[in-house]
Design a protein around this ligand. Structure first.
Ligand code: HEC
Length: 195
């Protein structure tokens, strides 16, 4: 039993070291797999950070409290994890709630590719692309039932009263009307080798 616990701790320490290592040593051309893995680790970590606080706030004060919290905390959480990982981490979408998350030209292309693939019935997979000195990692973000209370249909999934709070914080909000299983956006990570 003791050995089991020590072994577990050892594995955890090893895994944590890997995560906190600042920069992959691989060169972009040769080691796409390394970046694929790092991208997946980072998005999982950022998602957990966002989702756990969101669930906590929802439980404490409902949708309006959670939305107000997101308004203050979502970007700082993503930014601080960007710093830890020495990478630029973003969430990008065609239908933004926060204007800072509107897709740039490269992200727009990827979002359209994913949307087309989805229409064709394909499974959407993460991508690693090389852009000069940088490596770009993209991963689709899908809508599930939990998301609908803030991104679904107003008056059906989102209570009208909650939407007034959203609209106050995000007057140009476009991130509503989604259905379960739809593409909501992408994780977009830039690993910059010249850093
Ligand atoms: C409690 C309400 C709430 C829930 C539940 C919620 N979101 Fe959001 N979402 C927000 C708010 C508020 C923002 C704007 C955050 C900001 O200011 O950066 C946002 C932003 C986003 C963004 C960034 C793009 C944009 O439009 O600004 C993505 C992607 C996203 N949400 C996906 C999801 C997904 C996927 C789920 C379900 C797993 C989900 N959200 C659940 C409230 C919510």
């Amino acid at each position: 039993m003791k050995i089991g616990i020590s072994l577990f701790l050892l594995v955890m320490i090893f895994a944590c070291n890997q995560v906190s290592e600042n920069k992959p040593t691989a060169t972009p051309e040769t080691d796409k797999d390394v970046f694929m893995e790092r991208g997946q680790e980072i998005t999982a970590e950022v998602f957990t950070a966002l989702a756990s606080t969101l669930r906590k706030k929802l439980k404490e004060g409902g949708v309006s409290a959670a939305v107000q919290y997101c308004n203050l905390a979502a970007l700082p959480i993503v930014d601080s994890l960007s710093e830890i990982h020495n990478a630029k981490i973003r969430r990008a979408t065609l239908n933004e709630r926060n204007p800072a998350n509107r897709s740039n030209a490269d992200e727009l292309k990827i979002l359209n590719e994913y949307q087309n693939a989805k229409t064709m019935g394909s499974i959407l997979e993460s991508k690693v692309l090389v852009d000069g000195e940088s490596v770009l990692y993209y991963q689709p973000i899908m809508i599930n039932n939990f998301c609908l209370q803030c991104h679904g249909v107003i008056g059906k999934d989102i209570a009208e009263i909650d939407y007034t709070v959203i609209k106050e914080l995000y007057p140009g909000d476009k991130a509503v009307g989604y259905k379960d299983g739809e593409l909501r956006g992408i994780w977009s990570i830039r690993f910059d080798n010249s850093n």
